[in-house]
Design a protein around this ligand. Structure first.
Ligand SMILES: Cc1cc2nc3c(=O)[nH]c(=O)nc-3n(C[C@H](O)[C@H](O)[C@H](O)COP(=O)(O)OP(=O)(O)OC[C@H]3O[C@@H](n4cnc5c(N)ncnc54)[C@H](O)[C@@H]3O)c2cc1C
Length: 419
């Protein structure tokens, strides 16, 4: 229910709820067409952003996004929503920074509040080796014009007073890489915003539509088979993150991807006290506080490959121990819930984007534990690659052929702890 000013007021929301009348749908349901110009597999942030920019930037609207479940049901609805661009390689830094730039204007672009909160990002160094990597990253970042610097323990304490910065801890804090533009966002708002905007431009969003096969004739993709019927399409894009190898295998394209679960957890809400994102690579943990006051914790991937998305007791035990090393004052906080998502890890911790040996079959995969922040730039550059039939400069380092040619883009030093 909309009030006289065309806005949802608190009273109009309650009245609407009590009346049990239908909410207007954010995007429409369609019958499956027999053919589309582009079929995008995966309705996470990458698939939806690709469809949105195809329509918005290139006028290609005969596009279907297929998801076997619901939109955002994969990593896009399970991540800890941390955004940053302080990576280790110039290719990575440039790429993720373009994404941050798009995120900064996304709410206005999509006309949907995605709740981007720029609050600073701190990566702690607990030993000389990691301090050296932080200095390295800071220099690479600065050369790319990114706001990033190494700060000392006193400055860390000033930014995050609840951190134990004394030198009596088992893992003393020797300094940190400080990245003021980093922050958090509302992940499901990003997914819904892209879905709604793509729908308005004419894209078809098909939930509960599972791709079960990909048709390839003479090394050229001709369509997909789904649980709702076959679709012919000259372009098929694989945006399925943790399931990406299953889809690539259907097209006969092999990728060096391994799938691991990544777990996260959230506490009860408390009054806001943590105004930056804090990461410790040594302790395999990171934490931020949402606008609602909950602490959101993440970690590194589970130490075994699996397609399971169940949480484990081992994870929360380790997490609690490591968080308390950093912030002993949190010992009385209660965890509300934990969950897991799937991560498609590549050997160099960088994504795989662009064309494949099968003509018309594109990859936007290998997003590991860090792909949510890359959603906008990936969508923008995949759409450009498809529309112009050429590889945009910003993703040229991330091609599948780099593994055969030995030209890896090593991001492990900046991406090993999830996010
Ligand atoms: C716990 C956790 C924390 C994370 N934290 C961060 C973070 O803080 N910052 C960050 O940048 N990244 C983070 N990530 C990584 C991030 O979530 C992913 O890289 C990103 O969401 C990938 O988006 P996507 O659109 O490529 O894939 P997804 O969102 O996973 O979407 C893929 C979709 O493909 C669908 N699909 C699969 N198979 C088929 C099929 N056969 N047919 C049709 N559809 C299919 C799935 O249903 C799914 O919806 C985190 C991940 C996890 C699990």
């Amino acid at each position: 229910m909309i009030d006289r000013n065309g806005k949802y007021s608190a009273i109009s929301l309650i009245t609407h709820g009590l009346r049990k009348s239908e909410w207007p749908r954010a995007w429409r349901a369609h019958d499956l067409r027999k053919s589309y110009d582009v079929v995008v597999i995966g309705g996470g942030v990458h698939g939806l952003a690709t469809a949105y920019y195809l329509a918005k930037n290139h006028g290609i609207t005969n596009v279907a996004v297929l998801d076997k479940g619901y939109l955002g049901g994969g990593g896009s609805g399970r991540n800890t929503a941390i955004l940053r661009s302080n990576y280790l390689t110039p290719e990575g830094v440039r790429f993720y920074d373009r994404s941050l730039e798009l995120y900064r204007h996304l709410a206005a672009d999509l006309n949907f509040n995605v709740m981007f909160s720029r609050r600073g990002h701190l990566t702690l160094a607990h030993n000389d080796g990691s301090l050296r990597t932080m200095r390295w990253r800071a220099e690479v970042n600065k050369l790319q014009g990114i706001d990033s610097q190494v700060i000392d323990p006193a400055q860390v304490k000033e930014l995050v007073p609840h951190l134990d910065t004394s030198d009596e801890t088992r893992y003393p804090i020797l300094g940190a890489l400080y990245h003021p533009p980093g922050g958090i966002i509302r992940h499901d708002a990003v997914v819904w915003g892209y879905a709604r905007a793509a729908d308005r431009l004419g894209v078809h969003l098909h939930q509960k539509t599972e791709v079960t096969g990909i048709d390839v004739v003479n090394e050229r993709v001709t369509g997909v088979r789904t649980n709702r019927g076959a679709i012919s399409a000259p372009i098929v894009v694989n945006c399925t993150a943790g399931w990406s190898t299953l889809i690539s295998d259907m097209a006969g394209v092999r990728t060096p991807v391994q799938t691991f679960p990544l777990q996260a957890a959230v506490t009860e809400p408390v009054r806001p006290f943590l105004h930056a994102v804090v990461v410790s690579g040594t302790l395999h943990v990171y934490v931020s506080q949402t606008d609602r006051g909950e602490l959101v914790f993440g970690a590194s991937v589970d130490p075994f490959q699996s397609y399971s998305m169940r949480g484990s007791l081992e994870f929360v035990e380790g997490l609690a121990a490591h968080v308390l090393e950093l912030m002993p004052g949190l010992s009385q906080m209660r965890l509300l819930r934990q969950w897991a998502g799937l991560c498609d890890m590549t050997p160099d911790y960088s994504p795989i984007m662009g064309t494949t040996p099968v003509e018309g079959f594109y990859l936007d995969v290998g997003w590991g534990t860090y792909g949510f922040k890359a959603g906008p730039v990936s969508g923008e550059s995949m759409a450009q690659a498809i529309a112009t039939r050429s590889t945009p400069e910003i993703i040229s380092a991330f091609g599948l052929d780099r593994f055969a040619e030995g030209e890896l883009v090593g991001e492990k030093g900046a991406a090993a702890v999830g996010h």
